[in-house]
Design a protein. Structure first.
Length: 267
């Protein structure tokens, strides 16, 4: 792994098509990126997706984990049902969602019409295309929900019993006990979600091919196009290292920010 990492760093300062020998060009790839409108468009799309998908995914995972934690005799069946979509390959889910989001006979629009709402061109309308991929991302919430479930199980039951004696309702118990003690798990989910969100690729590659109007042309998809469609491996390597630096800065910033809201011990 070490050699490809440092070789890609060398390629980011070179002009290289994938054949022959790289030609050293210094910072030309990076300066070219600064003036590349498609690069900024792909970066905007990726950040937009990440800002939607990460908080939404955490909320969905928390709701699923609470549902999995209910004291029901058949709860293991519900856990399996909720977890099952996260086991399916992402490319298979993408093809399923193409059918579900079909503007003429998809089940999503059928539900909207039955509710008296207008149908939506989910993948053909730039206003809805990114949100459609955000919805698809929630199919993987079951795996995160299991981690959240482990965090819920680690909270002492005595705290809830004491809160009930003091007259705290379900909502107050959630915000005063559950949520603060789940913050280490939430921090893990945020870091993982940002890392995966910045690398979103398969969904747009299969479902929209970056369209419509480049509304789902995400960063890694544009990187892939430069490297394998346009034979600009040096340019793609520069994009890869910018992505690495951005991810590193975001992770360090979130860890520093977490000092103000993550609780690792009972107090």
């Amino acid at each position: 792994m070490v050699y490809p990492i440092f070789f890609s760093l060398y390629l980011s300062f070179s002009q290289y098509s994938g054949f022959g020998s790289p030609v050293w060009i210094g910072l030309d790839n990076y300066t070219q990126l600064l003036g590349d409108d498609v690069f900024w468009k792909s970066l905007y799309n990726t950040v937009y997706y990440m800002v939607l998908a990460v908080p939404f995914g955490i909320m969905v995972s928390m709701i699923m984990a609470i549902a999995m934690n209910q004291k029901l005799r058949e709860v293991f069946i519900y856990r399996a049902i909720l977890y099952l979509p996260s086991v399916l390959p992402l490319f298979a889910l993408s093809f399923i969602f193409i059918w579900l989001m079909n503007p003429r006979y998809g089940l999503f629009n059928l539900a909207l019409v039955n509710l008296g709402l207008p149908s939506i061109n989910w993948l053909g309308d730039p206003k809805w295309a990114k949100f459609s991929i955000v919805l698809l991302a929630q199919m993987g919430a079951g795996a995160t929900a299991l981690i959240f479930l482990a965090g819920l199980r680690a909270i002492p039951q005595d705290l809830y019993d004491a809160a009930r004696i003091d007259g705290a309702g379900a909502v107050r118990r959630f915000f005063s006990i559950t949520l603060p003690l789940m913050t280490p798990v939430i921090l893990y989910a945020v870091i993982l979600g940002i890392t995966l969100g910045l690398q979103v690729f398969i969904q747009s590659y299969i479902m929209t091919e970056g369209g419509p109007n480049q509304s789902t042309l995400f960063y890694v998809y544009y990187l892939y196009q430069n490297g394998f469609s346009y034979s600009q491996m040096g340019y793609a390597s520069a994009m890869a290292w910018i992505l690495f630096v951005v991810t590193l800065i975001l992770s360090i910033g979130i860890f520093r920010w977490s000092r103000s809201w993550v609780h690792y011990e009972l107090s």
